[in-house]
Design a protein around this ligand. Structure first.
Ligand SMILES: *[C@@H]1O[C@H](CO)[C@@H](O)[C@H](O)[C@H]1NC(C)=O
Ligand SMILES: *[C@@H]1O[C@H](CO)[C@@H](O)[C@H](O)[C@H]1NC(C)=O
Ligand SMILES: *[C@@H]1O[C@H](CO)[C@@H](O)[C@H](O)[C@H]1NC(C)=O
Ligand SMILES: *[C@@H]1O[C@H](CO)[C@@H](O)[C@H](O)[C@H]1NC(C)=O
Length: 310
């Protein structure tokens, strides 16, 4: 009980610090805006009203390599690829036979506990980067041979989540587990996303959607983090198994497809997307909004979609 209370207070004071920092930044921005003439201010309002006119964030250099914290040892994130395959966890990958093409790509990116064993023909068997949500750490750590040490490669593992859970100072079970795994599999590189970069992800969501992530009770998805990291690290990204933003809203209801290829009896993909997109009570993922942003990024970066193509 006492521990909980301290944790809550810690969170609260941390929130105050963040709030203070945001307030200071806003003040500075307003001061800067008024110093540099009304044109700038007018431009900023237009941006809010119509985010298509927004000068987009350059994801190639938006945060830099210092946004990653090495879990053990003193590694730096150096991943840089010409061609990347981003394999989604959607059941749209099933039956595609894309495995060989994926394995033939310089870097292969996967998410959470998406397996390759038993699905090689469709998803391939190499992994260069695996992006793991705080909520999937236990699932990944439970089967390290499958998710961390298959086919002998030495993938980079990036964990994302609230700094209170996976940050170095969190000292919680989750961070200790990540640390333990990273010591056993020392030839792999384990990173957490730094608190500063986590805040940048929130700002990016707001810039790209016009909505404050926390006020709109939105959770970012692993897909969002993975897409941004892929664009940051890769000159060219081919995405496998992601549906376009309009897919689930079609009149004659799309075919039922499991949300995850490795959970055939799991929830339906469109039901999950629509429920989350419309959810107002509690926090929700905004899978469809995120895909609208991805569609815009596809015009800006070398980003293509296969199975389905769009
Ligand atoms: C980590 O590496 C950097 C350069 O690669 C070096 O400057 C720094 O001192 C190292 N830190 C530790 C704790 O070894
Ligand atoms: C998987 O790995 C093996 C050897 O590492 C390779 O022979 C095979 O072609 C790979 N790809 C698929 C799609 O199974
Ligand atoms: C990871 O896999 C390699 C080759 O398959 C094996 O030699 C090594 O012992 C494994 N590492 C751990 C920690 O299990
Ligand atoms: C697109 O790909 C080409 C060839 O790999 C590369 O030279 C170029 O920088 C890429 N453009 C962007 C915006 O990433």
């Amino acid at each position: 009980m006492g521990f909980r209370l301290i944790d809550k207070q810690g969170q609260q004071s941390q929130r105050m610090v963040i709030f203070g920092a945001v307030f200071l930044l806003t003040t500075l921005l307003i001061l800067y805006g008024s110093n540099s003439g009304s044109d700038v201010v007018r431009g900023q309002f237009q941006v809010v009203a119509n985010h298509h006119a927004l000068k987009a964030t350059d994801l190639k250099k938006w945060a830099g390599k210092e946004g990653y914290v090495s879990v053990s040892g003193n590694k730096t994130m150096t991943l840089n690829c010409n061609h990347c395959a981003l394999v989604t966890s959607s059941s749209h990958v099933l039956g595609t036979g894309a495995g060989e093409e994926i394995d033939g790509t310089e870097c292969v990116i996967r998410m959470n506990d998406a397996p390759t064993l038993g699905y090689e023909a469709d998803v391939g068997n190499r992994t260069t980067l695996r992006v793991v949500a705080h909520s999937s750490v236990f699932r990944v750590a439970r089967k390290p041979a499958e998710f961390l040490n298959r086919t002998g490669g030495n993938p980079v593992i990036v964990f994302w989540g609230p700094p209170t859970k996976i940050g170095k100072d969190a000292k919680g079970t989750l961070f200790r587990l990540i640390q333990r795994v990273s010591r056993v599999y020392a030839s792999l590189s384990f990173f957490t996303i730094s608190p500063g970069k986590m805040r940048k992800f929130d700002h990016l969501f707001q810039r790209e959607t016009g909505r404050d992530r926390q006020k709109s009770q939105s959770w970012l998805s692993t897909g969002w983090f993975t897409m941004v990291l892929a664009i940051e690290m890769c000159d060219n990204v081919q995405v496998y198994g992601m549906v376009p933003p309009s897919h689930c809203g079609r009149k004659q209801g799309p075919k039922k497809m499991p949300y995850h290829y490795y959970k055939p009896r799991g929830p339906d993909e469109c039901v999950t997307y629509l429920q989350n997109e419309r959810g107002r009570r509690g926090n929700h993922h905004r899978f469809i909004t995120e895909k609208q942003v991805f569609a815009r990024w596809a015009k800006q970066y070398n980003l293509t979609f296969a199975h389905p193509t769009w």
